[in-house]
Design a binder for this molecule. Structure first.
Ligand code: FAD
Length: 333
């Protein structure tokens, strides 16, 4: 799952606002920040833990959340509030989406750096390779390295929707994983996995072979959203049969907005459970609809954890309420 918008803005951080985890600060990654925010970046960035190490050392399931860089003042305020709300939750890390081709490059970068500087958990930067030249990707990674960001989700991204050939030097995520790996062990690299197959894959065997190859050089995977635990365990078993046991975090998307999820599922190849969608849509109130969606996400999460999933990656759409309810009911607090 990923959500992005397409309005680039200049990059920068407010050095004067640096403080310990959880400290209040101005929003320097936002679409509306003041000029003064772009004046300076931290000279000596806080060194953040590698998520690979967090996963290895975790004594129980990890909990992580995906954010996307907002594009409106309301979106900025919502995300800032969400980050504050989620301080009540033991997050292992968060990840921040990237607009394929670089449309959110600076805002993704600044949001990741800002979270790394101010929160108690690391933020991982999504990065797509389609549409970028190798020197562009190297410059981005250099920049992250300097800023103390060493957690990257290496993705292919999607080729142009009109079918025209994609620019750039790379075609597949594996090439980006190798580029990041070549920079040294201080980077942790993760990759995307699709339990129900990637929508561009012609067959299960080819898809799993490519995924196994990619995962074998990465530290961990994160899945696209899905709604059936057997789909996840089938993928894990098929990869294991190919000799690949790299941990894969299941991505959980509560079905609070069936119409929006149906739209995203068309692009990602996920199957939306129509019986659940119809129940959510037929609910008598927004509260009832949310309760139905959270209950279903809870059941899926519990089934995944009971079956040995190493953690949960929640697609909370920059909102805290559902994440807090899920975490509370899963007894992860
Ligand atoms: P790849 O692993 O390269 O696979 C793409 C396709 O190519 C698959 O069908 C695969 O089987 C095939 N393939 C791989 N290697 C080969 C080979 N050697 N020969 C032939 N075929 C091959 N997109 C964004 O733009 N921004 C984001 O922030 C973002 N975040 C995401 C986060 C998660 C957790 C997930 C699951 C997806 C995300 N995406 C994002 C979407 C992703 O970019 C798309 O799904 C994209 O189409 C494929 O990316 P990939 O990294 O899985 O590609």
């Amino acid at each position: 799952m990923f959500l992005v918008d397409s309005r680039p803005i200049p990059s920068g951080l407010d050095l004067n606002q640096r403080a310990g985890p959880g400290a209040a600060r101005s929003v320097c990654w936002s679409a509306t920040r003041d000029e003064h925010c772009s004046s300076a970046r931290p000279k000596y960035p806080k060194s953040m833990p590698r998520i690979a190490d967090i996963l290895t050392q975790a004594s129980g399931p990890t909990l992580s959340v995906e954010f996307f860089p907002p594009k409106t003042p309301v979106g900025d305020a919502n995300l800032q509030q969400t980050i504050e709300d989620l301080r009540a939750v033991p997050l292992s890390f968060v990840s921040v989406t990237y607009g394929a081709g670089g449309s959110t490059r600076d805002r993704t970068r600044d949001l990741v750096v800002d979270i790394n500087e101010h929160e108690s958990y690391p933020a991982m930067a999504h990065l797509t390779c389609i549409g970028h030249t190798k020197p562009e990707l190297e410059a981005l990674l250099d920049d992250y390295d300097r800023a103390g960001v060493h957690n990257i989700l290496a993705l292919a991204g999607d080729p142009p929707a009109d079918g025209s050939p994609a620019d750039g030097d790379f075609t597949y995520a594996l090439e980006l994983v190798e580029l990041v790996r070549a920079r040294g062990d201080h980077f942790s690299v993760s990759v995307a996995a699709h339990p129900e197959l990637h929508p561009r894959s012609q067959d299960t065997k080819g898809d799993r072979l490519h995924l196994a190859q990619k995962l074998s050089v990465a530290d961990f995977g994160i899945t696209q959203f899905f709604f059936s635990a057997p789909d996840y365990f089938r993928m894990v078993d098929e990869l294991s049969a190919l000799g690949c046991d790299t941990p894969i975090l299941p991505g959980i998307m509560p079905l609070t907005n069936p119409e929006g999820v149906r739209r995203m599922a068309k692009m990602s190849g996920a199957t939306v459970p129509e019986d659940l969608a119809v129940r959510v849509e037929g609910a008598g109130s927004a509260d009832e609809a949310q309760a139905i969606a959270v209950e279903a996400a809870l059941e899926l999460s519990q089934e995944l954890l009971n079956g040995g999933a190493p953690g949960l990656h929640l697609y909370g759409l920059n909102k805290s309420e559902i994440v807090l309810r899920l975490v509370d009911q899963l007894n992860l607090l």
